[in-house]
Design a protein around this ligand. Sequence first.
Ligand code: ZN
Ligand code: ZN
Ligand code: FE
Length: 753
Amino acid sequence: MQGVGFRPYIYALANQLQLGGLVRNDAQGVLIEVEGAPAELEAFLDALPAQAPPLAVVEQVETEAMEPTGQAVFTIVASEVGGPAHVLLSPDTATCSDCLRDLFDPGDRRYRYPFVNCTNCGPRLTIIRGVPYDRPATTMADFPMCSECSREYHDPTDRRFHAQPVCCPRCGPRLRLTTPAGAEVGGDPIRRAAELLRDGFVLAVKGLGGYHLAVDATNDTAAATLRSRKHREDRPFALLVPDVETADRLCAVGPAERAALTGLERPIVLLPRRADGQVAPSVAPGQGWLGLMLPYTPLHHLLAVEIDRPCVLTSGNVSDEPIAYDDDDAYVRLAGIADYFLTHNRPIHRRVDDSVVRVVGGRPALVRRSRGYVPRPLSLPWSFSQPVLACGAELKNTFCVAKGQHAFVSHHIGDLENYETLRSFTDGIEHFRQLFDVEPQLVAHDLHPEYLSTKYAMDLGTDAGAAAGGIELVGVQHHHAHIASCLADNGVAGPVIGVAFDGLGFGTDGTMWGGEFLVADLCDFERAAHLDPVPLPGGGAAVREPWRMAAAYLTRAYGRDLPARLDVVRRNEARWTHVLAAAHAGVNTPVTSSMGRLFDAVAAVVGLRDTVTYEGQAAIELEQRADPTERGRYPASVAAGWPLRIHGADIVRAVVEDLHGGTDVATISARFHNTVAGLVVDICGLVRDRTGLSTVALSGGVFQNALLHERTVAALAHEGYDVLTHSRVPTNDGGISLGQAAVAGARNRSGNA
Ligand code: ZN
Ligand code: ZN
Ligand code: FE
């Protein structure tokens, strides 16, 4: 990778061991020639990967003996102009400890300068306009370096050698605090901003990959004001906390959580909330969890220290729009929300959202892989013989470009349902093609004909590709892509028993799948088992209104003889008959085998939620309610035949019986989770008997549910299975593009793309 201080590191190491030679970048990576005594050479090779700078990725070291040339000095050879276009770019990285020292040292020339950075930290992807990655190709192009910065930049022994965004108060960007009309507010911008936050105002704060909206998280009026101005109903706000100690006062922070919070990537970490944590109710209404993050830019560090209390830091947008990152656009779109703007004149080239991590089973699981992770390449144990573009799914979209042994999964694009998001999707693809020098020959896409990502692929396949004489389209079934994503995540080719549980994905039979057991490898799959399909009354309406799924499942379980006194029926009486009649007549009613929708049905039946305001809300609340000590489970019958069909309606019937017997929601919820985990083990047993396979891959958004995930993994391991889960990409649809790319590559290698 460039700009991560690798060559200066090699230079220093060689000098320290008194070795002669040279280091330079080439098309394959870094080439080093060293000459000296055998013991020193050995020490050099040992230290090389072990002590590499934090942002460098040493994938492999190959050595070869050469004739000595009598070289006594060690030099850094400049990259040739027009040299390798294939350079690996590092992600935007949290301010390093050395830069923090500069930031808070009154004697340093960068004291309290909010743009301090070096080769070990600072902005990268968000400021890169093109290649080669050099200052003129970044949004720092308009800030010529002063003589002192220039000296550091050109000194191989300096921490800022070739750090493209290097700058100081004399030559770099400036912070400003303004009104929504753009009028400058006097005084020190950081101190003034902190005062305004403490006084309850809403601030727009320009971050690394976009604008955030900030309020004092201990002030309920402020948080409620932000919620209503943003039109955000229930979805929790993320918080910026100054340090781990503050995080630990609000939430239970275990060792894995602490590692995730303090890692270089600085994601938002979802943490179980402490009952006595001082956070205003409107921050995360009814939530047992809070999303916390530590400061990751000098600006955030200065602000966090100054305000000295938790502060909401949520995306700068109205409801579901993409976050604002362009200054003019931000002042237009956020004018009705923010009372003041804390902004600066270093442009953001690429919108990159905060990443989100949750610790599941003691390991960090990515809920959203974006800032801090992207565009770090995922290396795979097999090679793409032709360059691939995978277009991803519709919700939580990411795309992926792949070539050689690397897959580059994009930042979080969002839900492809408005013009703005679609534009970041198409712009993002262009940017990645340019940055990684990929001319896709294979274009992988979902089978859903209405996904905008599918349509984009189809367009490439028809005009551009046909004209260029050779783009091949590769359609990949949604749940096969989930399982392939899990395989690629683990560097495994299969075959495996794949368990894909999610919301909705287009099946090969034209129905909506989502509770699937597949026998799959990277090339292909066979459907081995699934939930017995039920109607999805009203299509998309059934996703927003879980009570409709309750109606579908209760009808399947009881026909017309619904048990009396069911609250979910009473609450929705006015629409119940009408919706079921429409479903019965097949009006706007696809059928689905979705596991996510079964969670919705159960959440509605037990009275947790009839409607949702964001995806997965009902299942999240069901998980939070579950009593973790409860071990009981419900029976569910499986119809004979192949693929096996699991009667989800049996489970709903058992839930109703428990309700009528007076069992509390916490117990029912736990029993339901145990039932689903138990079903996975039962069905995998049947598939193992038939196929001899004993590796199980778990994927799909439903496995974001930590309780279900942990119970399922434990139960499978107990039965002797090898269990594969996600770690490098999310288990939700954010990981789909990697799976699609892996399938396209594998089919291409086997000659049947
Ligand atoms: Zn630094
Ligand atoms: Zn300077
Ligand atoms: Fe999915």
